[in-house]
Design a protein around this ligand. Sequence first.
Ligand SMILES: CC(C)(COP(=O)(O)OP(=O)(O)OC[C@H]1O[C@@H](n2cnc3c(N)ncnc32)[C@H](O)[C@@H]1OP(=O)(O)O)[C@@H](O)C(=O)NCCC(=O)NCCS
Length: 285
Amino acid sequence: MDVNLRAGRPDDAAICGRICFEAFTAISTQHNFPPDWPSVEQAQTVLTALLARPGVRNVVAELDGQVVGSNFMAEIGRIGGIGPITVAPAVQNGAIGRRMMEHMLAVARERSLIGVRLVQAAFHGRSMSLYAKLGFTVREPLACMQGPPIGVRLPGCTVRPAARADLETGCALCVRVHGHERREELREAIEQGLATVVERDGRLTGYATVIGFWGHAVAASTDDLTALIAAAPAVLGAGILVPTRNGELFRWCLTHGLRVTQPLTLMSLGFYNEAAGAFLPSILF
Ligand SMILES: CC(C)(COP(=O)(O)OP(=O)(O)OC[C@H]1O[C@@H](n2cnc3c(N)ncnc32)[C@H](O)[C@@H]1OP(=O)(O)O)[C@@H](O)C(=O)NCCC(=O)NCCS
């Protein structure tokens, strides 16, 4: 097969968005799971934004001159978050995904990133195998969970909107829990009025950029994290990604009305620390 990789252009969003929608819908339908994307248009809107966003690397694959796939990597501090990667269903399993992954890993090396991470659908044996062969290690089994707002206040915990003054404390907490910060995501969420923090005895003990698919949350303890989830007005997008090895957190979500929509896996290559606290990864990591 004559596969050519090139940089994405703004006008690739229409075809790459369509492929992204069709690739994810095909694999979900095959396994009887609900589709990840509600419509082609939404996939196209997200890919339009990713193709235009500084700090997000992209690659487009062409087969005999036709676009057949794309891959993205957001640089979050010195860690790369890969996704979405998609190959047109008709030409899957023909090494195009591998080529685009190898390309992104080479970009990560050129950019001196210390690690690369991703979240994959656990029922998808092909993507899990491909990433493992490329050097990724399974770090956390995740459950995507969705449900009505919980609307409970936890005793001793105060949840409030995050302010600019919370940025440094939030970053320091993230370093304590994960060994690295996610400054730009937190800064952006604060500026957009989406981020929340939890305080206990006057100390900041957790934050969430948003309670939902595209956001992440970090907390000193499971109680602090559940306080953030309990106070959220909605679970945005497809759901929150709950690390199920944290049995206390997983059971709390189940007993408070959230339901599992699909299993996923957090995988990493390079730098990774076992979390010293509670967390919800975003769909990137
Ligand atoms: C995941 C995806 C991008 C991979 O791209 P692809 O071109 O189909 O895959 P490739 O042919 O490059 O690689 C598949 C590899 O997995 C191996 N593989 C496939 N199924 C496997 C299985 N059940 N067990 C073990 N290995 C398996 C193949 O042999 C191949 O390995 P190789 O590179 O060593 O030969 C593509 O299938 C896709 O778009 N899927 C739907 C959307 C999706 O799930 N995206 C990923 C989100 S994280």
